[in-house]
Design a protein around this ligand. Structure first.
Ligand code: GRF
Length: 194
C-alpha cells in the first residue's frame, strides 16, 4: 500500500507517521510528501527522512481545478492508494475528492463536530469547555465534516495554558494518527485480498 502525505507547515504528524511506518507499525510505504508551501518546515523534515518531496502552490496555476489536476496526475503516476492530510491547510476540491473519495483522511485537533476550522485548539480553550480532543475522519466536501474514524478525548485542566493544551493534543495526535492508519490499512488490505 502506498501513501502520500499532504502537509503545509511544521510536519510533526508527518514525521510520526513516517517513523511508525519505518518501525513496521504501519504496513505501508510513505511514497511522497506533497507540500503547497515551498518554505514549510515539513519539507526539511522530509529531506532528513529521505522522503521524496513534491511542492507547488495553487498560485502557480490558473485555477484550483488545474492545481488539483496536477496533484492528481502525480498521485496516479505514483499509484498512491491513500492520501493522508496532516496539517494541509486547504480545502480539498472536487477534482481530488472524486477520484480519492474514501481514500482521503484528515486529522483535526478537536472533538468534531465541535470546533472545526483553522483554530480548533484555541477555540476549545477559549470557550471554557472541560474537554477537547483529537478526531481522525474521512474528507468530504465540507470543512472538517467527513465521517469520523476515531476520536480521543483530552481533559482541559484548570491549570492548562494554551501551550500546555497544544502539547497534550499533539502528543495524542502523534500516537493516534499512526495507530488509526495502521488499522485502516489492514482493513483495506483485507478487502483487496478477498
Ligand atoms: C495538527 O494539530 C493537526 O491536527 C492539524 O494541523 C496540525 C498540524 O501539525 N490539522 P503538524 O504540522 O503535523 O505539526
Amino acid at each position: 500500500m502506498k501513501l502520500a502525505i499532504f502537509a503545509s507547515g511544521n510536519g510533526s504528524n508527518f514525521q510520526a507517521i513516517v517513523e511508525a511506518s519505518r518501525a513496521g507499525l504501519i504496513a505501508a510505504e510513505i511514497t511522497l510528501l506533497f507540500c503547497d508551501k515551498k518554505d514549510a518546515y515539513v519539507i526539511q523534515r522530509a529531506r532528513e527522512l529521505l522522503i521524496p518531496v513534491i511542492s507547488f502552490s495553487p498560485n502557480d496555476f490558473e485555477s484550483k481545478a488545474l492545481y488539483e489536476a496536477e496533484i492528481l496526475h502525480l498521485l496516479e503516476e505514483e499509484q498512491i492508494d491513500l492520501v493522508v492530510l496532516a496539517g494541509y491547510m486547504r480545502i480539498i476540491g472536487p477534482t481530488l475528492l472524486e477520484t480519492f473519495s474514501n481514500r482521503l483522511i484528515n486529522i483535526h485537533p478537536s472533538l468534531l463536530p465541535r470546533f472545526p476550522g483553522l483554530h480548533g485548539i484555541k477555540d476549545a480553550f477559549c470557550s471554557n469547555v472541560s474537554e477537547t480532543g483529537v478526531t481522525i475522519h474521512y474528507v468530504d466536501d465540507g470543512v472538517d465534516t467527513g465521517p469520523i474514524l476515531a476520536q480521543e478525548k483530552i481533559l482541559i485542566e484548570p491549570t492548562d495554558t494554551l501551550d500546555s493544551l497544544e502539547r497534550k493534543i499533539h502528543n495524542v495526535e502523534h500516537r493516534l494518527y499512526p495507530s488509526v492508519l495502521a488499522q485502516l490499512i489492514q482493513t483495506k488490505q483485507g478487502e483487496k485480498s478477498e
